[in-house]
Design a protein around this ligand. Structure first.
Ligand code: C5P
Length: 226
C-alpha cells in the first residue's frame, strides 16, 4: 500500500472535548497508528522552558523543534532520551504549547514529523489542524466540541481524582484563554474542516461518542481496511 492510499481519520477540537480519549479508543478498535499532535507542541513548549528559549522568539523555537529527538513508545513520550510523559500533561504545559504553536515556522518544522506517522493499515490523527492542514485529504474528519464549562468540569474531576487541588474557575479561565489563542491565530486556527462531521459531546458520554463515530467509520467501510 503506498502512503497515498493509507486512510487517515482526523479528530480535531478544543482541549477537554474528549478527542484524546476518543482517538486512542478508535486507534485500539481499528488497530491503526495514533498521532497525538498536541504532545509535539507540549514537548516543544517544555523544552523551551528548560533550555531558557523565549516563547516569543519564533526562529529559536522553530530551530529547536527541528532538531529534537522525539519518540512515542506506547503511551510514553521520550525526548532526547528522557521520559517526559508526565511532565507534558500539566495545565501549564498545555498553555505553553499554545504559546509556541501559533508560530508559522514552528508549525512548518513539525509538519514532516506529523506526516511520518502515516503507516498501514491507517492513522488516527488527533489535534487542531489535522483535517484542515496536515491531512486535508483524510478519508473521514471529525470535529469534537463541548462547551467550555463542561470541558472545565471534566478536567476538574480528572485532576481531583488524581488527588490534586485545583480551582474550577481557574481551569475555566485557562481553557478559555487557550481556546481564544488557538481559534484566533493567523495560521492553522482551530476550526472544523469544511468536510468535517461536527460532534458536540457536551451531554454525551465518551462511550456514546465512540459508538457514533464507529457508526460513521463502518458506514464508509474503514473498519474493514487491513
Ligand atoms: O491537544 P492538546 O491539549 O495536547 O494541545 C496543546 C496545545 O497545542 C493546544 O492548545 C494548541 O495550542 C496546540 N496544538 C496545535 N495544533 C495541533 C495540536 C495542538 O496548535 N494540531
Amino acid at each position: 500500500m503506498n502512503s497515498n492510499s493509507i486512510p487517515v481519520i482526523t479528530i480535531d477540537g478544543p482541549s477537554g472535548s474528549g478527542k484524546g480519549t476518543l482517538a486512542r479508543a478508535l486507534a485500539d478498535r481499528l488497530g491503526w497508528s495514533l498521532l497525538d499532535s498536541g504532545a509535539l507542541y507540549r514537548i516543544i513548549g517544555a523544552q523551551c522552558l528548560s533550555r531558557g528559549i523565549n516563547f516569543d522568539d519564533e526562529t529559536a523555537v522553530a530551530d529547536l523543534a527541528q532538531v529534537l529527538d522525539i519518540r512515542f513508545v506506547g503511551t510514553a513520550v521520550w525526548v532526547e532520551g528522557l521520559n517526559m510523559t508526565e511532565e507534558i500533561r500539566t495545565e501549564d504545559a498545555g498553555v505553553n504549547a499554545s504559546r509556541v504553536a501559533h508560530w508559522p515556522a514552528v508549525r512548518d518544522a513539525v509538519l514532516g514529523l506529523q506526516r511520518s506517522f502515516l503507516q498501514a493499515p491507517g492513522l488516527i490523527a488527533d489535534g487542531r489542524d489535522m483535517g484542515t492542514v496536515v491531512f486535508p485529504d483524510a478519508a473521514l474528519k471529525f470535529f469534537l466540541d463541548a462547551s467550555a464549562q463542561e470541558r472545565a468540569e471534566r478536567r476538574y474531576k480528572q485532576l481531583k481524582n488524581k488527588g490534586l487541588s485545583v480551582s474550577l474557575r481557574g481551569l475555566l479561565e485557562q481553557i478559555q484563554e487557550r481556546d481564544a489563542r488557538d481559534r484566533e491565530r493567523a495560521v492553522a486556527p482551530l476550526k472544523p474542516a469544511r468536510d468535517a462531521l461536527v460532534v458536540d459531546s457536551t451531554s454525551m458520554s465518551i462511550e456514546l461518542v465512540l459508538e457514533e463515530v464507529m457508526a460513521e467509520v463502518s458506514k464508509r467501510g474503514l473498519n474493514l481496511v487491513q
